[in-house]
Design a protein around this ligand. Structure first.
Ligand code: PGA
Length: 353
């Protein structure tokens, strides 16, 4: 739905500029008159035409109903539709780009690499990753390598993430790392990964606490959700995902700085990725669940897919409209493979624009 206010705002910002009509590529100047409407002056004739807001309102009403770009469909309202329609088109474009979600590819190195190995891995990809535009790139080494990897990446466009953290700020929690400690070392933190849920007993409630602590410290959580094979085969995917998403977001006032990763457990490290349709469908479901809680903001939330992604299947996955990137495990440990995945993501998303 485009409102008259949207159109006015666009008119104001374009005052004095030259546009072209959609049908015959005819150039015209647009002027915005606050109390009246628009003045359109075709460059060829130089003869100004007044278009009052009340006509614009009528045109908008019909446009919202019919989505027609043909001036003839508005002839009974105004003879100036060919000048208003390009303006409406610009408003549509602006709305679309506003919800454009920058794709994000994050490499989850898991419990792999010594500090020296982590440094050589990140050095092997740094320059090539840096050169790829239009994709946010994140590497998540083990805690002990965060500092060294961060130092290699100073001045680059590649962000660093941790793989976990504890929800308390500090205290007698032997062996744990808090959000405050991570805040200076990295920008992202993976939370609720199925390996944490499965091997270390992390519940929805624990994950929720960690998300809140991370956000409070200025970290951006990548929150993982996903169903087991049994749940998937039992037709329980929707139910499980809905529960996990609702619990993870419980009590959050905004979705800002949050990324969700849909990682079906049966696809992680198994070489058996979800099909692009499966991933897209479940991610749409996640977006709908989030939409039920946060409304339109859900359209701006980035939701990744994770589970056996590699350079051979990434392009098809990223061609899907709902999938905003990937959380990559095994393939992120190979520089060439990871760089290729980021590159293919940039291309796939570019094609969709
Ligand atoms: P995988 O792991 O790409 O090795 O399947 C994904 C993940 O666990 O994030």
């Amino acid at each position: 739905m485009i409102s008259l206010d949207d159109l006015k705002a666009m008119g104001r910002s374009l005052d004095g500029q030259i546009l072209t009509t959609l049908d015959q590529d005819k150039e015209f100047k647009i002027e915005f008159v606050e109390e009246m409407g628009f003045i359109f002056t075709p460059v060829s004739s130089g003869k100004p035409r007044k278009h009052q807001f009340r006509y614009a309102q009528e045109v908008l009403k019909r446009y919202n109903e019919t989505k027609s770009w043909h001036p003839r469909d508005y002839r009974d309202i105004t003879r100036n539709a060919s000048y208003v329609l390009p303006l409406i088109q610009l408003v549509e474009e602006k709305k679309r780009t506003r919800i454009l979600r920058t794709p994000i590819i994050a490499g989850n190195w898991k419990m792999n690499t010594t500090v020296a190995e982590a440094v050589s891995l990140v050095m092997a990809m740094k320059d090539r990753l840096d050169a790829i535009k239009g994709v946010e790139k994140v590497v998540c080494p083990p805690f002990v390598s965060l500092v060294a990897v961060g130092e290699v990446l100073i001045g680059s466009s590649i962000a660093v993430g941790a793989q976990n953290m504890y929800s308390e700020e500090k205290g007698a929690y032997t062996g744990e790392v808090s959000a405050l400690m991570l805040a200076g070392l990295c920008q992202y933190v993976i939370l609720g990964h199925s390996e944490r849920r499965g091997y270390f007993g992390e519940t929805d409630e624990i994950v929720n606490k960690k998300i809140k602590a991370a956000l409070k410290a200025g970290l951006k959580p990548i929150v993982c959700v996903g169903e087991t094979l049994e749940e998937n085969e039992g037709g329980k995917t929707g139910e499980v995902i809905t529960r996990q998403v609702r619990a993870a977001l419980d009590g959050l006032v905004s979705l800002e700085n949050l990324v969700i990763a849909y990682e079906p457990i049966w696809a992680i490290g198994t070489g058996r990725a979800a099909t692009e349709e499966q991933a897209n469908t479940t991610i749409r479901l996640i977006r709908n669940v989030v939409g039920g809680l946060y409304g339109a903001a859900a359209q701006e939330l980035r939701i990744q897919y994770g589970g056996s992604t590699n350079s051979a299947n990434i392009a098809a996955l990223m061609a899907q409209p709902e999938i905003d990137g990937a959380l990559v495990g095994g393939a992120s440990l190979k520089a060439d493979e990871f760089v290729s995945m980021v590159k293919q993501t940039a291309q796939a998303k570019q094609r969709r624009r």
